[in-house]
Ligand binder design. Structure first.
Ligand code: N5H
Length: 257
């Protein structure tokens, strides 16, 4: 069995900056010997992603713009990746969006448009991406997405994103069933709160982290490196019997009543 990821290629979607969980995942996969392919939403994120990748001690990473709200853009991106690298062995989907104004107050006030937008970018995109990526996973593969406890339970202020994560979790399971016959596994990591660009502007993030310090079994918030190492496990053959699963990397917080 091969624990190293040498000779393998992984697509990482959603690196925004050095704090991104996607970047923690990229680093762990890189440390295990993987070649990386990065996608970013638009030109605003191109330089940050290229600059970060330049800090890795190999220079064969590849970069593509991919607007996940467009089926054509997704198909084109994976067509380009296929032409440039041929086979991929896994993909990390680290993408979500909801309107800032719908991430506080009452879920009751969610707009039809805001609901659809959060579902489209945060949940449907996994299905659209999996459909295109599967054709490049001719040696089997592992797809992973990032979810959050707010999709399983009510978490104050998470609102429309909670409903989108519930949808993402179910999307992950249905895809796991469809893709298993091709040797492609699909799983999710439910990360505890980490101060990323996504958490920016969240009212009292300090209070959220304090609660983790006080109430989680491990008594500390998780790091992107911890999430990255679980991603490495899910991308490697060590997890060959695992699909359709949500692994909580949250210092155990989810078990507490
Ligand atoms: C209970 C909480 C805190 C409240 C909710 C936070 C939800 C965050 C998720 C979404 C994806 C954040 C988001 O879409 C922000 C955008 O409205 C504005 N930001 C942007 O447009 C930036 C520039 C780009 C890069 O961001 C995106 N997403 O494109 C949850 C927290 C305790 C945990 C947490 C922060 C969870 C999570 O899902 O990220």
């Amino acid at each position: 069995m091969n624990f190293s990821l040498e000779g393998r290629t992984y697509v990482v979607m959603g690196v925004a900056n050095k704090r991104s969980i996607a970047w923690g995942i990229a680093q762990s996969l890189h440390n295990a010997g993987a070649r990386l392919v990065f996608t970013y939403a638009n030109e605003r994120f191109e330089k940050p992603v290229r600059d970060l990748a330049a800090t890795l001690d190999r220079d064969d990473s590849l970069f593509y713009e991919c607007d996940v709200t467009s089926d054509e853009a997704i198909e084109q991106t994976f067509e380009n990746i296929k032409n440039d690298v041929g086979v991929i062995h896994g993909l990390a989907h680290c993408i979500a969006f909801a309107k800032r104004e719908e991430l506080s107050g009452e879920f009751l006030n969610t707009s039809r448009e805001g609901f659809a937008l959060a579902q489209d970018i945060s949940a449907f995109s996994l299905a659209a991406i999996a459909r295109s990526a599967k054709d490049l996973m001719t040696e089997g593969g592992s797809i992973l997405t990032l979810t959050y406890l707010g999709g399983e339970r009510v978490v104050e202020n998470y609102n429309v994103m909670g409903v989108a994560k519930a949808s993402l979790d179910a999307t992950m399971r249905y895809l796991a069933n469809d893709l298993g016959k091709y040797g492609v596994r699909v799983n999710a990591i439910s990360a505890g709160p980490i101060r990323t660009v996504s958490a920016k502007g969240v009212g009292d993030f300090n209070a959220i982290l304090k609660e983790i310090e006080e109430r989680s079994p491990l008594r500390k918030p998780v790091t992107k490196e911890e999430v990255g190492d679980t991603a490495y496990f899910l991308m490697s053959d060590l997890s060959r019997g695992v699909t359709g699963e949500i692994i909580h990397v949250d210092s155990g917080y989810n078990i507490m009543g």
